[in-house]
Design a protein around this ligand. Structure first.
Ligand SMILES: Cc1cc2nc3c(=O)[nH]c(=O)nc-3n(C[C@H](O)[C@H](O)[C@H](O)COP(=O)(O)OP(=O)(O)OC[C@H]3O[C@@H](n4cnc5c(N)ncnc54)[C@H](O)[C@@H]3O)c2cc1C
Ligand code: HEM
Length: 395
């Protein structure tokens, strides 16, 4: 239990962390990943390089310091963190390691005048309390995943059952467990983590499930990222019959059934969880569905035929596909830009809608801004980001 004195010290340190939190956590990550090569594969190399991971942790720690009494106060962030940690198999024994490096970083970055033994002790106790809360929530989630029909704990071996080229840069992989057992059905919008061994190093990445599982296999759809290690490996080397390791579906970005019109807005490969949502929404309920996708050009756009097929089979589906390089728009659209007119043309007249948005951070930020200008309530906009979530707000 944290003492009142510890709480006061931690709360009074918030302004200091707000000023220097990112520098502190960048230092922390550099130190951790330099000295603990065994943990490197868990972290996305691009997020490390961009500093996104450092900012995510800084955000988590700061929010915690502001609401030190309960994990609930971390609100939506706590659910996202627990789901991300469980997907990537963060374990209780990892917490003391992270705690040690965090305290060491506080000491080395802030210097002994600021980071006095009393301050370090208070932060050590606060970190311990946060760690205990996250560990408990994560253990609950590991338990409930294992108890679900077709669920499991840890990594499970899957075979590539089918590979489908979806566009010039996206390939779908259908993955079925080698043990022949059932797999738990994902909620539309959830992701798995995959582990592959590249040049002897085990690497983990999240991929959204681009379809609802039939209880026998999963589908992921992977964009080849130029210079990307895991996506490059999957595109070049993962053949039918090869095996990969998967963790069970996780993620709080999930389609909630309802009666309001549903609007799904994707940028590039951000369409993957939206495809699972689109399929699910055509099978259940009676709401109108608006699927809106922005891509650079038709060659790189996946699932166009599938969207057309679903719209032909289900009159509730309306769709709009936009291209940055559309020859019918003089000069094309500015890359990655979404105009208010374009978005308005794809939305229902009614603004009382539920919206799910996935794409690059600047794309999502401008879509939300435009939606709010167009009269959609901000709290109806649900997002997933293919990186640490706070990155979005910071762009
Ligand atoms: C919840 C979630 C769902 C996701 N769903 C999908 C999905 O459905 N489909 C999909 O394709 N992706 C998805 N992603 C993204 C995916 O997890 C990977 O991030 C993506 O495939 C790139 O991984 P990689 O190993 O190929 O690239 P990495 O090797 O991690 O590199 C990514 C990029 O960073 C650059 N880079 C790497 N290291 C450095 C460095 N040191 N300095 C500068 N630049 C560097 C690379 O050149 C590359 O362009 C999802 C991510 C999350 C978090
Ligand atoms: C109190 C301690 C911790 C806090 C506050 C914390 C916070 C966070 C936050 C905010 C994110 C981003 C979530 C998102 O939006 O996607 C994250 C991701 C992550 N965390 Fe933690 N974390 C903690 C402990 C740990 C530990 C002990 C590990 C194990 C080594 C760990 C490994 C990871 C990994 C691998 C990711 C995903 C990184 C990526 O996308 O590159 N975390 N954490």
């Amino acid at each position: 239990m944290l003492s009142t004195e510890h709480k006061q010290i931690v709360t009074s340190t918030v302004p200091l962390l707000e000023a220097g939190g990112e520098a502190l956590t960048s230092y922390f990550y550099d130190l951790l990943l330099k000295e603990r090569a065994d943990l490197r594969g868990m972290f996305n190399s691009a997020h490390q390089a961009s500093g996104a991971q450092a900012r995510a942790l800084a955000g988590g720690v700061l929010m915690y310091a502001k609401h030190i009494d309960q994990l609930d106060a971390l609100g939506e962030l706590a659910g996202r963190v627990v789901n991300k940690h469980v997907s990537l198999q963060v374990q209780p024994e990892h917490y003391p390691i992270i705690g040690e490096y965090l305290l060491r970083s506080i000491r080395e970055v802030l210097g002994s005048e600021v980071a006095t033994p009393v301050v370090l002790e208070a932060w050590g106790a606060a970190y311990g309390q946060l760690a205990d809360m996250l560990i408990a929530a994560e253990q609950d989630m590991y338990g409930s995943q294992a108890a679900t029909v077709g669920g499991w704990r840890g990594f499970r071996t899957f075979r590539v059952a089918e590979r489908v080229v979806e566009s010039a840069e996206i390939v779908s992989f259908y993955l079925e467990p080698t043990d022949g057992g059932p797999v738990m059905v994902n909620a539309p919008g959830q992701y798995i983590a995959i582990q592959v061994v590249v040049d002897g190093a085990p690497l983990r990445r999240n991929y959204s499930l681009s379809a609802i599982s039939d209880g026998k296999r999963y589908r992921i759809s992977v964009k080849r990222d130029p210079g990307g290690v895991v996506s490059g490996f999957l595109h070049e080397h993962a053949k039918v019959g090869d095996t990969v390791e998967l963790t069970a579906p996780a993620g709080v970005f999930q389609l909630v059934e309802g009666t309001r019109p549903l609007v799904l807005i994707g940028g590039g490969v951000g369409q993957t969880p939206l495809m699972a949502m689109l399929e699910a929404a055509t099978h259940h309920g009676a709401r109108d569905i608006y699927y809106v996708h922005f891509a650079r050009n038709p060659a790189v756009q996946a699932f166009r035929a599938r969207v057309e097929e679903l719209a032909a089979a289900c009159p509730r589906v309306k769709f709009a596909l936009f291209y940055d390089e559309d020859p019918s728009v003089p000069g094309g659209l500015a890359p990655g830009r979404v105009s208010r007119e374009l978005l308005a043309s794809a939305l229902p007249a009614e603004r009382d809608v539920d919206v799910y948005i996935v794409g690059p951070a600047p794309f999502m930020t401008s879509v939300i801004k435009l939606l709010v200008e167009l009269g959609v309530p901000a709290d109806r906009c649900n997002t997933e980001f293919f990186g640490p979530h706070q990155e979005m707000a910071l762009n």
